[in-house]
Design a protein around this ligand. Structure first.
Ligand code: GLY
Length: 356
């Protein structure tokens, strides 16, 4: 008799964990009333841990870089066509302060052993002619990638062909009969298991389609900041995903007029011809955010493993999470995932508090 595993949550994390465990001999049930319909469906899909690096954030950089390095092999093992939608990302600066930040990132991330390249105005326009003429500087990350999030959901479902899908929400882990449980319910994780330190951070995106008469899209992921708001354009076969707003607003997933207005205005500052594109879809999702930006991946009891809190990086961190959970189910730990141990948030034992 194979051991039984219940996975709670059918976003990319839950699907990848379920597919992997089933391949490794577990009899797996995955519980989700609507597979792949949450943050995984709304994601931009950029894998950009290097260009989002910042001095002092060693653990975030290392964790993201470990997962980025796993992506080619992870993707090659998926059924169907490639899920990658771009290679390379280019972060651009519109003003002097942003240009200084890009140089800081290039220097610090370079010192950690990763290749980033500073490009002048002319070089930026040479490699991405659709970008605005007033861009001052660019930071090129040639090894970063972008993934078509919806193709990924489809491929993972296919990879999980031997998993039994149960279209139900779970609100009490104690009701599940399985030998082991993985909680991968994203922004709903704290509602399933009180005390899990994950909160919802809403994000809105636009999906644009290139009309036949429109100017070509960038070929790389383009990132920038406008009036202090982060904006990115992530290539898709037929256009771009533009993201993303960020609000702490509970479980609200309505798309607002102000969100759409800001995304269009900010995207236009990076790529002036964007108005020629079809506004095909708007959507909002809930990022499962942890207090320190790293996910929570680890065993929290003899029967329960948590794999949540991936914040803005669920797609990026899918391969390392699948590896880490696979190790935990085998009674082992993945050294590269140590920084994500949920025990870092556990309250101090009473003795320690008393001795202070
Ligand atoms: N994945 C990027 C974001 O959450 O905006």
């Amino acid at each position: 008799m194979p051991e039984t595993l219940a996975v709670v949550g059918g976003g990319v994390i839950g699907l990848a964990v379920a597919a992997r465990a089933s391949r490794e001999g577990w009899s797996v049930r995955l519980y989700d009333p609507s597979i792949g319909s949450g943050a995984s469906w709304v994601a931009g899909g950029m894998l950009a841990p290097l260009s989002e690096g910042w001095p002092g954030e060693h653990e975030l950089l290392a964790f993201g870089a470990h997962s980025l390095a796993r992506w080619p092999e992870f993707a090659a093992a998926l059924p169907g066509p490639s899920v990658f939608s771009a290679t390379g990302s280019l972060t651009v600066a519109l003003d002097a302060a942003d240009a200084a930040d890009l140089k800081t990132i290039a220097e610090w991330v370079g010192e950690q052993g990763h290749d980033l390249e500073i490009l002048g105005r002319a070089q930026v326009r040479e490699i991405e002619p659709s970008l605005a003429q007033n861009i001052r500087l660019g930071l090129l990350a040639p090894t970063e990638l972008a993934v078509d999030n919806r193709a990924l959901v489809g491929a993972l479902r296919e990879a999980a062909a031997d998993v039994e899908f149960v279209p139900e929400a779970v609100d009490d882990l104690g009701s599940l009969k399985a030998d082991q449980i993985v909680l991968a319910a994203g922004a709903h994780s704290a509602a399933v298991l009180a005390g899990v330190q994950v909160r919802a951070v809403k994000g809105e995106i636009l999906r644009l389609r290139r009309r036949p008469s429109a100017s070509p899209s960038p070929t790389r992921t383009i990132r920038g900041s406008v009036h202090g708001r982060a904006v990115y354009l992530v290539p898709r076969g037929d256009g771009l995903v533009v993201g993303a707003t960020q609000y702490e607003s509970g479980q609200d997933t309505q798309v607002t007029v102000a969100g759409v207005r800001d995304l269009i205005a900010d995207a236009e500052r990076l790529m002036p011809s964007i108005g020629e594109y079809e506004l095909h879809e708007t959507a909002a999702g809930l990022r499962p955010m942890s207090p320190d930006g790293l996910p929570l991946i680890g065993r929290i009891s003899e029967r329960v493993i948590v794999a949540s809190g991936h914040g803005r990086n669920g797609i990026l961190l899918t391969p390392i999470t699948a590896d880490a959970v696979s190790a935990l189910l085998a009674g082992d730990t993945l050294p590269e995932a140590k920084a994500a141990d949920p025990a870092r948030f556990e309250p101090a034992p009473l003795e320690k508090v008393r001795n202070k």
